[in-house]
Design a protein around this ligand. Structure first.
Ligand SMILES: C[S@@+](CC[C@H](N)C(=O)[O-])C[C@H]1O[C@@H](n2cnc3c(N)ncnc32)[C@H](O)[C@@H]1O
Length: 271
């Protein structure tokens, strides 16, 4: 049994070190769990240029949009601003609660367009179909056993001719170098955090461990997530095998800079 399975899915070697130092103040959780969802939201707001990559590709005159793994709504609000009905599906009740809170504070014209659903993007059934399904940066949270479920669910919920738009980092585990690095990062609130990243080529995973920069924080919340190293080619192939037509794969430009490793894939469900 691996250390990770034996100690729970949120365990990382870095978390062990941090929790040993924090003693009784230490709390370990997945970054999308209740104790940490506010930290995720604090760190991950913004991203308007990425949102534009989605909104400019939504065909004029198309109908309702399904957003998978919506998180705290970073992309949901720009989608709602298009004036389309958006169904935002998210697995974590804590992330969904943040999105619900944000919608409560939003103008009624946006709130009324949005439906929230708690569900698993690799196994869901909704009683309606959509013209567009979007999935931002989260396919890398699914393993090879769960991705076929995602493709089947998306196919089932797209109108014939409808589009799937997804973004993902293009990572070739075979060429990746195992590295470890620390970075001090600030949330939108101004709170500083320390982010530890371990890229393991052998495990084909990027493991993130985030903690407060203030070592005396009580509780001292240590949160983690694992991102699979996946190649865009693999996902494009899987989509074709699942009956989609991959119509574009575009490297994305953020804030004027070209990030060749993040791609937007567009796939159509044949009519
Ligand atoms: C990297 S965040 C992205 C959130 C949002 N799309 C954004 O861009 O801010 C990943 C989100 O996927 C959610 N998630 C993870 N596994 C999921 C699953 N199987 N089904 C639905 N949501 C999932 C997490 O709870 C988290 O909110």
């Amino acid at each position: 049994m691996s250390d990770q399975i034996a100690r729970g899915s949120a365990w990382t070697a870095r978390a062990d070190v941090l929790l040993a130092a924090a003693g009784e103040r230490g709390v370990l959780c997945d970054i999308y769990d209740e104790e940490a969802a506010d930290i995720y939201h604090d760190l991950m707001q913004g991203g308007t240029s990425q949102a534009r990559e989605f909104t400019t590709r939504i065909p004029a005159g198309s109908g309702p949009i399904l957003e998978l793994a919506a998180g705290s709504g970073r992309l949901t609000f720009p989608l709602l601003a298009l004036g389309r009905k958006v169904t935002a599906l998210e697995l974590s009740p804590a992330m969904l609660a943040i999105l619900r809170r944000r919608l409560d504070d939003a103008p009624a014209r946006l709130r009324d367009l949005c439906t929230l659903v708690q569900g698993d993007m690799s196994a869901f059934t909704l009683d309606r179909r959509f013209d567009v399904v979007v999935l931002d940066q989260s396919i890398t949270l699914l393993d090879g056993a769960d991705r076929p479920g995602l493709y089947a669910c998306v196919r089932e919920h797209l109108e014939p001719g409808g589009r799937l738009l997804l973004t993902m980092a293009d990572s070739d585990a075979a060429k990746a170098k195992s590295v470890e690095r620390f970075q001090e990062v600030s949330g939108m609130s101004g709170r500083p955090y320390v982010l530890h990243e371990r890229l393991s080529a052998a495990d084909e995973v990027r493991e993130l461990t985030i903690c407060p920069a203030d070592e005396t924080a009580d509780p001292f919340v240590v949160c983690t997530t694992r991102i699979r190293l996946l190649q865009v080619d693999l996902i494009a192939r899987e989509l074709e095998q699942a009956g989609f037509e991959v119509i574009a794969r575009t490297p994305l430009a953020f804030a004027g800079a070209r990030h060749n490793d993040v791609f937007l894939l567009e796939a159509a469900r044949p009519s």
